[in-house]
Design a protein around this ligand. Structure first.
Ligand code: S3P
Length: 176
């Protein structure tokens, strides 16, 4: 394995955290989920920070936290938040770093929407939506905008109808 940082990106509920956790077990890297890292620093949730300090503050902090983790001299799997690569110059920045491999976990709108319906409250961007149709409409438009950034990843793995284990095993093969 030549690379020292594997960065997983993709829309909310694309499985970044679950795949990252498992991948990390196979590779014996350090694993950080960026949201979880921030929550540990803040001792509160992303939703609370969105409410109390606003989204812009959150975006600044997630970028700073990402830079901090990437600078640590340890092989690492990092799962980004869904929006991380879509703010500032973050996607171009990641691509300038030789020791970073980016992987887009690509998931269909229907699959994302079903998963998000069950986990809506922990996601401030979609907490106000009512029912599966509103979620599908929102995710469809939002993913269309974000795909511009996601599609710049070094690798793309489709995750629909695959288990977390399968996706993680595909990644291990891809990165070997
Ligand atoms: C966000 C995704 C969330 C979290 C925040 C904003 C986004 O992370 O960072 O709620 O803009 O897509 P997950 O992708 O891990 O849900």
């Amino acid at each position: 394995m030549k690379t020292t940082k594997i960065v997983l990106l993709g829309y909310m509920a694309s499985g970044k955290t679950a795949v990252g956790f498992l991948l990390n077990n196979s590779l014996n890297y350090t694993f950080w989920d960026l949201d979880h890292y921030l929550e540990t620093q803040w001792e509160t949730t992303v939703s609370e920070v969105f409410k109390s300090k606003g989204e812009l503050y959150f975006r600044e902090q997630e970028r700073k936290a990402l830079e901090h983790l990437l600078a640590i001299e340890t092989p690492m799997v990092i799962s980004l938040g869904g929006g991380t690569p879509c703010y500032y110059d973050t996607m171009s920045y990641l691509k300038t770093l030789d020791h970073v491999v980016t992987v887009y976990l690509k998931t269909q709108v229907a699959t994302l929407s079903e998963r998000l319906l069950k986990a809506q409250q922990s996601r401030p961007l979609i907490a106000h939506l009512e029912g599966i149709e509103q979620i599908q409409e929102f995710v469809g438009k939002h993913l269309f905008e974000r795909n511009f950034f996601y599609n710049q990843a070094d690798h793309i793995i489709e995750t629909d109808q695959k288990t977390v284990e399968t996706v993680s095993a595909e990644l291990v093969t891809l990165l070997a």
